[in-house]
Design a protein around this ligand. Structure first.
Ligand code: SF4
Length: 267
């Protein structure tokens, strides 16, 4: 069972929460400024996006990249029982405040679920199951509890488990240790990064064309505008849809089967 299948955004069951709750800053990712709590100008009455098929063309690259890991529909349908901020305006503030908290919880669930799919980390599965259950229980709490959550404290309990899972997965092909490395714009074309530790590495606009990133740990790595054309990311660990969406690739780029190939990738 791959629980990541339950951690996918279902915008049809949401109230356009990311399009309202989050602030936009005019930049390469957004063509406009928008305050948190103000609905995006493109949000339709039925909570759909009026420019969904052309977000990048219209300059909303940040929206095209964003992934809530299913936090949106959890807040909409579970925390607020299917009553929207339009139908109950008094719920707007706590609903919008809940989204980023829920997103962090769902992101943790997604990472733990990923570790649970790895046979190499089987010895950790009982502890991972406990972490999953504890995190999932938090996603079902009320808004006051969510607002008061010690997220860093909870993450501090989960992260060492993920690191141990990473060690086990990468033990067969131990690659370079580049945790948190500043690799902005680095020339890493055809680099052998199989099994590399790239946790939190800054790989913005790095040239990773043709690189071997199989089984590399990419948790939290910043891949914005990284060139992944022809790169092999088969089995890459903790690689998210947001990271893939933010990078460049082509028909030769190999990504884990669980991730969708971004529409803007050539070929
Ligand atoms: S918060 Fe998530 S589910 Fe809701 S509209 Fe945004 S991406 Fe879709």
């Amino acid at each position: 069972m791959d629980r990541r299948l339950d951690l996918v955004a279902d915008c049809s069951s949401c109230f356009g929460l990311c399009c309202v709750a989050l602030a936009f800053e005019k930049s390469a990712d957004f063509p406009i400024d928008k305050r948190a709590g103000d609905p995006c100008v493109n949000l339709a009455a039925d909570f759909s996006c009026g420019i969904h098929d052309r977000l990048r063309d219209e300059g909303f690259r940040g929206s095209a990249v964003y992934d809530c890991f299913g936090a949106g529909q959890q807040v909409a349908q579970v925390t607020f029982a299917g009553v929207s901020w339009r139908d109950a305006p008094a719920t707007s503030a706590p609903m919008f405040a809940a989204l980023p908290v829920m997103r962090q919880l769902h992101e943790m669930l997604w990472y733990v679920a990923e570790a649970l799919t790895r046979p190499a980390a089987e010895s950790l599965h009982p502890e991972l199951e406990q972490a999953y259950a504890a995190t999932e229980a938090l996603t079902r709490t009320d808004t006051d509890t969510l607002a008061g959550l010690d997220l860093p404290g909870h993450r501090a309990g989960v992260d060492p488990l993920l690191q141990r899972a990473s060690e086990l997965v990468r033990s067969a092909h131990r690659g370079p240790e580049r945790r948190g490395a500043d690799l902005v714009g680095a020339r890493l074309r055809k680099a052998d990064l199989r099994g590399a530790n790239l946790r939190g590495a800054l790989l913005i606009a790095a040239d990773l064309g043709g690189a071997d990133l199989r089984e590399a740990d990419l948790i939290g790595a910043d891949l914005r505008d990284a060139d992944l054309t022809g790169a092999d990311l088969t089995g890459a660990l903790f690689l998210t849809q947001t990271q893939v969406n933010s990078a460049r690739g082509d028909a030769r780029t190999r990504i884990p089967a669980r991730l969708a190939r971004p529409g803007h990738w050539a070929g």
